[in-house]
Ligand binder design. Sequence first.
Ligand SMILES: [Zn+2]
Length: 333
Amino acid sequence: MRKSLYIISLGISLLSCETQNKVVQTVKPKPTPQKQVQPPKIVKPPVETERGEYFTVNLADAAKNDNTISFGSIVSAKPAQYNVVKTYFPALAQNFRQKYLVLHYTALDDEKSIRVLTEQTVSAHYLVNDLDDKEIYQLVDENKRAYHAGISAWRKDKNLNDNSIGIEIVNMGFTSDATGKKVFVPFPEYQFKKVAALAKNIATRYMIPPTNILGHSDIAPGRKQDPGPNFPWERLYKEYQLGMWYDDAVKQAFYDLAVSTDFQSQVITSPFIFKVQTMLQGFGYDVQPSGTMDDATKKTIETFQYHFRPANYDGILDPETYAILQALVQKYP
Ligand SMILES: [Zn+2]
């Protein structure tokens, strides 16, 4: 008798968690009447707001701290027999995890872009097709991590998949011509408008600063080229007030200063190269100041030109590139 009891108890202890739960449920004692949840003494009344077509819940006072806004539903724990109350004690010390907006091109057509970004090991939150229609595809929840950035860095941040929203644009990328120069495929106007509207909405909701609206190449210089020099960052800044761009007058002043000196003999000296590398690094690029014009520095300059001097992206530090860099560093310290 004793032995058989032992076998039974051993059998129960070997049951899986799921099965155990089921067992518990079947023998659950009659629930005691649920206690009325009493509001705490210091009550902060919930403020519910509708912003545009987005349902938002602002648990605290929006005027005090915009960070307490949540978009859509608030995901909460549902512990058995207990009640998680969202509205009593919203903390002011919180912000969004979404710090960056990163733009890409897929280097694939519509159909292959969808397949690769949904069935393989890479993904993005949004995919902008190259059709002149009204659709933008969402592939990943904004609150979840998508795998679009890979090894990446900007300013003090690394691995930007953790804190960014990724937008993939269907575009075939580039081919190399006879001289080895990369020739990039342009973005149609209707596609740029989709990207800009989407970026505007995301950046506004998460309050993403101009310095954190970037191309994949910016956060992985040399390793990535997308979205390339044909993506109109200047228009994104001027028409949608998004991202970074320099002021023409400031750039012109720096340019005049550069060409009034013996730029060509300065630009090859180690202290000058070190200074430029330090500026690029301070601006955000993941480049190590070495005082020599190494391959990583040339690639970083080419990447910088894709974004801020797209008319010529030869990777050479000329007076105009240097003037634009100075104007940007001054504007976005
Ligand atoms: Zn990319």
